[in-house]
Design a protein around this ligand. Structure first.
Ligand SMILES: *Cc1c(COP(=O)(O)O)cnc(C)c1O
Length: 388
């Protein structure tokens, strides 16, 4: 003990209080490193158009909260033994999303990312239907296969149509081969590469006709926040359809300096799998233990300050996606743009351009996801680069 306190004294020579932590300033070379890192991230942000992340945000009014740990440990609807949390804010966010998806008697929480929401959806499906087989399309995000692997759920991959949407006929065939097993179905409300939307209605039709118990999880990482704001888009409605859960990423449409996500489900489902934990004084219903209360604040702030503008943001992104499509078509890059999507797919350009603009590629294709920070002016800059 003596040695340890000596070390502390040496690290903090001005500090006389051995109990309170003292902070020393970074050394000059460490400050240099931080400065360079900030510069490089700022520059990379300028040319970041390849992934579905909204970089247009301002949460600086929340800076005072950086002084505290806000940890929403355990179930968001139970307060437990500690008060350094903002679960009331988290509940408001979950309720807002529940209303958006016509979900009454909701349960959900703010996750660490979209992937955790998908893992939660798969977990819940498996707990409710332990004999189930998981079906998802070829174009599904890799987090679903990872969840199947972690949870040891048998997984059947269904063909996709050329636009990236699930092949309903193939889905029906594959399920029909295994009618003695329940079904967990992952539907993509916007696939990662092509932004294709798997339709809820025809798949529910297939499942109900086959009379097999099923659980549907919707992966709405980005599209979960696009579809509700497009008038003609397929509805995401827990009231109209027997869907079980939906996962959305927080750092995608909402935008955030830290990654997070949201998962939403029916309360009756989670009530079946709760475990009371004496140590924290509430139920352990989430995948991770400690959870970011700061993420909840970012989400709440986005909803409160921009909620009324979300429809406008979506329509601007759509308009800019069509503009990008038109400009790429003019110069022979053979673009493709799905309905209800802001993801423009086109012929992969040179490596140099892919690196500068941080484009995601797949085989001979690249894509740009038109988010709130991508203006027509920047699209023109990108096109100029392609022509140069
Ligand atoms: C981005 C994405 C995910 C994963 O989201 P993270 O927040 O990065 O974990 C899942 N599904 C789809 C369709 C995505 O585009």
């Amino acid at each position: 003990m003596k040695n340890l306190s000596n070390v502390r004294e040496n690290l903090n020579p001005i500090n006389n209080n051995t109990y309170a932590t003292r902070f020393s300033s970074p050394l000059p070379e460490q400050q240099e490193l931080l400065k360079n890192l900030e510069k490089s991230i700022a520059e990379s942000t300028e040319f970041f158009i390849g992934y579905p992340l909204n970089l247009n945000f301002n949460y600086t009014p929340l800076i005072p909260f950086f002084q505290y740990l806000i940890n929403n440990l355990g179930d968001p609807w139970e307060s437990g033994y500690w008060y350094i949390q903002d679960k009331n804010i988290e509940q408001q966010c979950i309720s807002w999303l529940a209303e958006l998806y016509h979900l009454e008697a909701e349960w959900g929480y703010v996750t660490s990312c979209g992937t955790e929401g998908n893992i939660y959806g798969m977990f819940l499906g498996r707990e409710l239907l332990p004999d189930a087989i998981l079906y998802s399309s070829k174009d599904t995000h890799y987090s679903i296969a990872k969840a199947a692997c972690m949870l040891k759920i048998p997984h059947v991959v269904i063909n996709s149509q050329p636009n990236g949407e699930i092949d309903y006929e193939h889905l029906k065939q594959e399920i029909s081969k295994r009618t003695n097993h329940s079904v967990i179905l992952n539907l993509n409300l916007g696939t990662t590469m092509r932004g294709a939307v798997d339709r809820i209605e025809p798949t529910v039709d297939i499942l109900e006709k086959l009379k097999i118990p099923f659980y549907i999880h919707c992966d709405g990482a980005l599209g979960g926040m696009l579809l509700p704001f497009m008038e003609t888009a397929p509805k995401i409605s827990f009231q109209d359809y027997p869907i079980g859960s939906i996962a959305v990423s927080g750092h995608k449409f909402f935008g955030s300096p830290i990654p997070y996500g949201i998962v939403l489900t029916r309360k009756i489902y989670t009530d079946k799998i709760k475990h009371q934990i004496e140590y924290i004084g509430c139920n352990d219903t989430t995948i991770t233990g400690s959870r970011s209360g700061l993420a909840c604040l970012f989400l709440w702030y986005a909803i409160m300050t921009r909620g009324q503008q979300f429809a406008g943001e979506v329509s601007t992104c759509l308009e800019n996606a069509r503009y990008l499509y038109k400009r790429l078509e003019e110069i022979g890059y053979k673009p493709f743009l799905n309905d209800f999507s802001t993801t423009v797919v086109f012929d992969k350009p040179s490596i140099k351009i892919c690196q500068k603009w941080q484009l995601a590629t797949q085989g001979s294709l690249a894509h740009i996801v038109v988010m709130q920070h991508l203006s027509k002016m920047k699209i023109d800059l990108f096109i100029d680069d392609l022509l140069a």
